[in-house]
Design a protein around this ligand. Structure first.
Ligand SMILES: [Cu+2]
Length: 129
């Protein structure tokens, strides 16, 4: 039984690792990958932009929220971004704003929304600032 559990654990780990290319954000539930290409490098207290591509076309729509997790455990967002959906899998994200001077780390929260704007899956990826 222990060996079986270990096998199940390892195989789920392996599939999670190989689902996406290195550096891509993995959506384990929907089996999608997102590649983030910064157009302007992320920096504090200025607007930056990024192109985000999903690895395959989907009816789900990407939503992006800059998200801070403070060292005290409090979490909060930033100013709203502007999202342009140029093709079913390609998005331009503008007006990404990371406020500086706080004790915490900024993430990008990537959400996949259905046509009722419900969140089907959400992942966070740490932003190197
Ligand atoms: Cu903060």
């Amino acid at each position: 039984m222990k060996k079986l559990l270990l096998f199940v654990f390892l195989s789920s780990f392996t599939s999670a690792l190989f689902a996406c290319e290195p550096g891509e954000v993995s959506f384990a539930k929907t089996n999608l990958c997102a590649k983030i290409s910064w157009i302007t490098a992320p920096a504090f207290n200025q607007y930056t932009s990024a192109a985000i591509s999903l690895n395959e076309n989907t009816d789900l729509k990407l939503n992006v929220i800059p998200w801070m997790v403070m060292s005290g455990g409090h979490e909060h967002g930033s100013r709203p971004v502007v999202i342009t959906n140029s093709s079913p899998a390609d998005y331009l994200i503008e007006k990404i704003y990371f406020m500086g001077g706080m004790k915490g780390e900024w993430y990008l929260k990537l959400q996949l929304l259905n046509d009722k704007k419900e969140v089907v899956e959400e992942v966070r990826t740490l932003v190197a600032l």
